[in-house]
Design a binder for this molecule. Structure first.
Ligand code: AHM
Ligand code: MG
Length: 339
């Protein structure tokens, strides 16, 4: 009967086990849930109304902003500002910290999100997602917010998750005691527990990487790729290559079926020597989820959750997925480092 449990009920049950809980975390989460429903509504009618296409603006990452990105960003900022649980927030689309407007109640949590990840896929009706990551500030709530309050290593996350707008809309998250997945039932407008206690297979049959960047990779990265091509042959079961180009979708498929997602560093753009993905709003939340599901996430050699960010929009190479597959990658980079 797990389908009968709503995400809110699940949170309330969980909260009872946390004596310190004040209900603020639940309020924060409820605003995330409402935002997810609002974004789902717009995404699902995107082909019908004039929300597709570019706004013409360039975001802080130097990329063109899609209208749905902008809508999602506005919804999240508006809703989360009002939850009374946040000291501040940050978005992939905003250069700086987003402060809570004067007059609204505040709290100790800090949330960073990617409002609509994989947005280059929107016009083709390919699945996209929202990613979020929640921390608790370190300094006292009545003092000025410090950089160290939000530039925390991923292992300090209180919760992390994503919403996948796919053939159905799903919310998958962890609060540090396993990973649960909830599917939106549009007929009742509730996220219902559909994937309790998700565990990623120890080894997968899939690798996901943009192989088009092959010529921009260093030797160890080429060796990693060769490993997944050859390993399939030695175990007489080839790996499949699956790359949607939408992190939430690629990650979610590998979480369910097993496999590894890779976005290595490359030499395409000297201003982005660490690859494309952002540590705080993409890599760290996925790393928290995958570890809670029994998998691993590294930047090649280091655990993603141990990296202390130097700034909000720091980029990092990412190898995330089934434990044995990620361990193979680490062994190759370690060997190259020691050579
Ligand atoms: P975005 O945050 O601008 O949407 O970029 C992140 C996305 C990820 O979803 C995906 O894994 C990656 O970019 C794909 O990049 P590429 O097209 O270089 O393979
Ligand atoms: Mg993104």
């Amino acid at each position: 009967m797990s389908q009968q449990i709503t995400v809110t009920e699940h949170l309330l049950l969980h909260q009872k086990q946390v004596p310190m809980a004040t209900g603020r975390f639940t309020r924060l989460f409820n605003e995330l849930i409402l935002s997810a429903k609002l974004i789902h509504r717009e995404v699902s009618k995107a082909g019908l109304v004039d929300v597709l296409g570019f706004t013409g603006d360039i975001n802080v990452q130097g990329e063109e902003v899609k209208k749905l990105d902008e809508f999602s960003n506005r919804v999240l900022i508006h809703r989360l500002s009002r939850c009374g649980a946040l000291c501040a927030m940050a978005s992939e689309e905003n250069a700086d910290i987003i402060e809570i407007p004067d007059g609204l109640p505040t709290g100790d949590y800090f949330v960073i999100f990617d409002p609509l990840d994989g947005s280059s896929n929107i016009d083709a009706n390919v699945s996209i997602g929202t990613i979020f990551s929640i921390y608790r500030r370190k300094s006292p709530g009545d003092s000025r917010l410090l950089a160290s309050d939000y530039l925390q290593q991923g292992s300090e996350q209180v919760a992390a998750g994503y919403i996948l707008y796919g053939s159905s809309t799903m919310m998958v998250f962890t609060t540090g005691d396993g990973v649960n997945g909830f599917t939106l039932d549009p007929s009742v407008g509730e996220f219902l527990l559909s994937h309790p206690n998700i565990r990623i297979p120890e080894q997968g049959n899939t690798y996901s990487v943009n192989e088009g960047y092959y010529h921009y990779w260093d030797e160890p990265t080429l060796e990693v790729l060769a490993h997944f091509k050859a390993a399939g042959m030695t175990r007489k079961k080839p790996y499949s290559l699956r790359y949607i180009g939408s992190l939430v979708s690629d990650f979610h498929r590998n979480l369910i079926y097993g496999g590894i997602f890779m976005y290595p560093a490359d030499s395409r753009d000297p201003s982005k020597p660490s690859g494309k993905l952002r540590l705080m709003c993409e890599a760290a939340p996925m790393a928290f989820i995958v570890e809670q599901a029994g998998g691993m996430a590294i930047d090649g050699v280091n655990r993603i959750l141990d990296i202390v960010p130097q700034h909000l929009h720091q980029r990092v190479p990412l190898f995330v997925g089934s434990k044995k597959d990620v361990e193979q990658v680490r062994a190759i980079y370690e060997k190259a480092r020691q050579a």
